[in-house]
Write a new protein. Structure first.
Lengths: 143, 310, 144
């Protein structure tokens, strides 16, 4: 398992999932993937399908409607994989804590599917691209 | 016999072609990054990508044809390895046989075919769309490709042996130059690079033909792509630019020829948007094929009247 | 702004239960729930008002519905206020005449439970598929 994780840290391919966000975090993620911030030097690449992904970048509080779909996307991602919860809503529901439409923060929903999932948190509303890079690099070095 | 197996597996077969291929893939990504004013990935990045993919689990979708799904990458990879071995042996050790040009052209179709078959066997409508487009693309670029090779064959006194063709660089004549340019664009399509990457259009059809592949089969596909990136410029250099010779100053010339083709491919890749499949078909059949036919006519005329620069 | 109110008074004066100005450019006109759809149609078709949206609010006296109309020529807003009694709040739908009101009324139906009679397709719009029927989240007496 050691060399798989090492290879995953060297080349994390990213798939973006929006589970009911206000799109602010999604815009910041879009900016992160532009040539200005150059995440390719870390090996990060945006892929179009969860089957190619190592890291699920999840934004937004998970709404009731989106919860089974998020779990399905997590199942379709080949293991080993990690989950990045981006933004205050994904980390801890944020201002939607008392909302009637939420199923929970990202880690609660993913842990229902897989109790041993590796979940990494990058808070912010929305986190700046520099903050996201710092978070991703720090988190990957902890694995 | 044992020597050939060694050549196939280590040098210049599997290990050597893979190493050159991954290095060329890095050159491609680094130059593309520089064109976009970025820094780009470190040298080992393509190798890390492949190692990571080898460590992931393989998911085979339920309504996919399991045998074909898993066999397609292996078929393409094997064909790419054989082509690479033949080409490098012909260039380095002048090991060649009559008709090996035809064998190479046939084998060069198999990687694209395997991608297409893998897409059709995936059981996913997006993969089928991508495979559909790949099929049409193969039909599109094979025609001018073969026509220009006919021009080269005419120029080398109707010889179809690689060493014979490599002895006379075809690009020193007008028909050879036209042929080289047409074949360069066909190679762009064969590699699946923009402007002809309609089969693996990431933003449109989420990965196209490769959408259901994960883990080891995807790693094999990536290796196949890397070997093709190493092999096709060698093919162009052999057929048009006079081959790669590794004696004395020849080493520098060979590396320059190889880099020339690769840099041309990368620059075309970075400066062009994606063509739709009907635009690509129209481009290859309506515009490039007549140029190829013109090249053949010029070559025949040059040979008939003894003019070498036609 | 005064023109709109005056015109309404001349056409439907008897049905206006109250009028007040929220600001120089906004007027609130209170009507009964049986008159509201006809007056709304009048504003939209005869007076040239553009339906902006319909908002709803749960009050102890019933569910208050506000129909907001914009008069772009003089940059003003006319709001029709009406109250629908609970339990079983029902009101005539604007959707057959104003296609833009179709989804707005579906959303109010989902969240507040108002039934719009004559609506071509009063189905669930924004609540989750597995949300229990009959539970309307924006009502004040709903538990979380």
């Amino acid at each position: 398992m050691g060399w798989k994780m090492w290879a995953l840290k060297k080349s994390p391919w990213v798939f973006h999932v929006n589970t009911g966000a206000c799109n602010n975090c999604d815009i910041e993620i879009l900016e992160l993937l532009t040539p200005r911030f150059d995440v390719e030097r870390f090996g990060i690449r945006l892929v179009g399908t969860p089957r190619h992904a190592d890291a699920l970048v999840v934004t937004g509080v998970v709404t009731r409607q989106a919860a089974p779909r998020l779990k399905e996307v997590y199942r379709q991602t080949p293991k080993p994989c990690v989950v990045f919860a981006i933004g205050a809503c994904a980390c801890s529901m944020g201002i939607f804590k008392e909302g009637y439409h939420v199923a929970g923060p990202v880690d609660k929903v993913i842990r229902e599917e897989d109790p041993n999932a590796i979940i990494l948190y990058i808070p912010g509303c929305p986190p700046k691209p520099e903050a996201m890079i710092l978070g991703v690099v720090k988190a990957l070095s902890l694995l | 016999m044992g020597l050939y197996i060694l050549a196939f597996l280590i040098f210049p077969g599997f290990l050597f072609s893979t190493a050159v291929g991954l290095l060329s893939s890095w050159v491609d990504r680094k130059v593309s990054a520089r064109v976009q004013w970025r820094v780009g990935p470190p040298v080992g990045q393509p190798l890390f990508d492949v190692l990571k993919l080898l460590g992931k689990e393989t998911i085979v979708p339920e309504n996919a044809n399991r045998a074909v799904f898993l066999a397609a990458p292996l078929a393409g990879f094997a064909a790419a390895m054989i082509v690479s071995t033949i080409l490098w042996l012909a260039n380095l050790f002048a090991v060649s046989f009559v008709g090996d040009l035809i064998v190479v052209v046939y084998l060069l179709v198999i990687p694209s075919l395997s991608v297409m078959i893998g897409g059709f066997a995936s059981g996913n409508p997006l993969a089928t769309t991508g495979a559909n487009r790949e099929m049409k693309l193969i039909l599109a670029y094979e025609l001018p490709f073969i026509v220009c090779l006919a021009a080269v064959i005419v120029k080398s006194d109707l010889g179809i042996q690689l060493t014979a063709i490599a002895a006379r660089p075809a690009v020193l004549s007008i028909s050879g130059l036209l042929g080289f340019l047409v074949c360069l664009l066909c190679v762009q399509a064969k590699l699946g690079y923009p402007p002809f990457d309609v089969a693996e259009a990431e933003t449109e059809i989420m990965g196209g033909v490769y959408i259901e592949y994960s883990g080891v089969p995807l790693a094999v596909f990536k290796l196949m792509q890397a070997i093709m990136l190493a092999t096709l410029p060698v093919f162009l250099a052999t057929v048009f630019l006079g081959g790669l010779h590794f004696n004395g100053w020849g080493i520098l010339w060979s590396i320059l020829k190889y880099l020339l083709v690769i840099v041309l491919v990368i620059l075309i890749k970075n400066t062009n948007p994606r063509l739709r499949i009907d635009q690509a078909l129209r481009f290859f059949w309506r515009y490039l094929t007549p140029v190829g036919i013109l090249a053949v006519v010029l070559a025949i005329a040059g040979r008939a009247w003894g003019i070498t620069w036609l | 702004m005064i023109d709109m109110l005056a015109e309404l008074r001349t056409s439907h004066g008897s049905r206006i239960l109250g009028a007040e100005h929220g600001s120089p450019r906004q007027t609130f006109v209170t009507v009964s729930d049986s008159d509201a759809p006809t007056i709304a149609r009048h504003i939209s078709e005869k007076m040239g008002g553009r339906l902006v949206t319909i908002t709803g609010l749960d009050t102890p006296d019933g569910i208050e519905l506000l129909y907001h109309f914009a008069f772009d020529a003089n940059h003003s807003l006319l709001t029709l206020k009406t109250r629908v009694k609970k339990p079983d709040p029902r009101i005539l739908s604007l959707a057959p005449h104003l296609p833009g009101a179709e989804w707005i009324e579906r959303e109010i139906h989902d969240l507040l439970g108002v039934v719009f009679e004559g609506h071509p397709r009063l189905e669930r719009l924004i609540l989750a598929d597995d949300w229990p029927a009959g539970v309307h989240p924006l009502r004040k007496d709903e538990q979380q």
